[in-house]
Design a binder for this molecule. Structure first.
Ligand SMILES: [Fe+2]
Length: 292
């Protein structure tokens, strides 16, 4: 019997600027063509698909994925980033004009999450429990192994002092608690477990005040709680984006991969090859430069 490895491609932070963003559309087409040629088993996109939380523009991403055969639950998994859910300009304008309570910003975010799930739900949950939402667990059965994606929404509402750029992340404790349920443990039994989160688990982390200020604007506020849950569910690897660097590192015994930014480096992706006994390797792959 031939042992077949499962290959997962990972990109992040595409920051599509709508239907007129021809460069990004064409570069994504090129990437998807390459991934299809290589017959990757699955594609993961860890958020910031679009740039300005313009719900009307999300269909562009759907159309490109569809055109290249990546619009299916079996083929692709996506989750939102802050740029998909928070329109910074709108937040500031509305805040200045109406001085809303922060609770209203939370409501706006929840509405955007629901809209995202309605557009991309086909790539998230299997719909058996009444539609997509967070957290979600998606188990793919391959002949050689079962692969489980465990995704949370880490986008935190905009707030003028606590989250002025909308880029600080927070995973709702109810999501983390839900992942510790017995039925989740049951679903993950025997699977290679991949945690998915938009926000970075590590930014600069230096003592430099400038780096620390930047870290604050970008951080996943309850990272330690998130990592503890990833450990509890025995995640083999966590994939994220947000901080536009291609990185592979380890955090408390868990392998972590930052899928970088497709917007700035559209010809590189992360590839993970997983063997039937859960052994895996990861590397960043550059697309061939010259194509007809
Ligand atoms: Fe982001």
């Amino acid at each position: 019997m031939i042992n077949k490895s499962v290959v997962v491609a990972h990109i992040s932070d595409l920051h599509f600027a709508g239907r007129n963003d021809r460069r990004s559309i064409s570069m994504l087409g090129r990437m998807l063509e390459h991934l299809a040629e290589r017959r990757v088993d699955h594609l993961v996109i860890t958020g910031d698909l679009c740039n300005a939380a313009a719900v009307g523009e999300w269909a562009v991403m759907r159309d490109v994925l569809r055109d290249f055969g990546f619009w299916s639950w079996e083929q692709t998994t996506v989750l939102p980033g802050n740029h998909d859910l928070i329109n910074l300009e709108e937040e500031m304008r509305i805040y200045n004009a109406l001085n809303p309570f922060s609770e209203s910003r939370r409501t706006v975010l929840q509405e955007r999450v629901a809209a995202f799930c309605s557009m991309f739900g086909e790539l998230m949950a299997d719909g058996s429990d009444g539609g997509a939402g967070f957290p979600f667990v998606k188990v793919l059965r391959f002949s050689s192994l079962s692969l489980a994606f465990v995704a949370v929404n880490s986008v935190w509402p905009w707030h003028r002092s606590e989250n002025p750029l909308g880029a600080r992340g927070f995973v709702d404790p109810s999501e983390l608690k839900a992942l510790l349920r017995l039925d989740v443990a049951e679903a993950l039994k025997g699977c290679f477990v991949v945690g998915l989160c938009h926000h970075a688990l590590r930014v600069y982390g230096t003592l430099s005040p400038i780096d620390q200020a930047f870290d604050w604007t970008m951080e996943l506020i309850n990272r330690d709680e998130y990592v503890a849950v990833m450990k509890a569910i025995r995640a083999n690897v966590v994939l994220h984006g947000h901080f536009h660097r291609f990185q592979a590192y380890e955090l408390e015994g868990i392998a972590v991969v930052n899928g970088g930014s497709f917007r700035y480096v559209p010809d590189r992706y992360s590839e993970m090859v997983i063997g039937e006994r859960g052994e895996f390797s990861q590397r960043f792959v550059d697309l061939p430069s010259a194509r007809k």
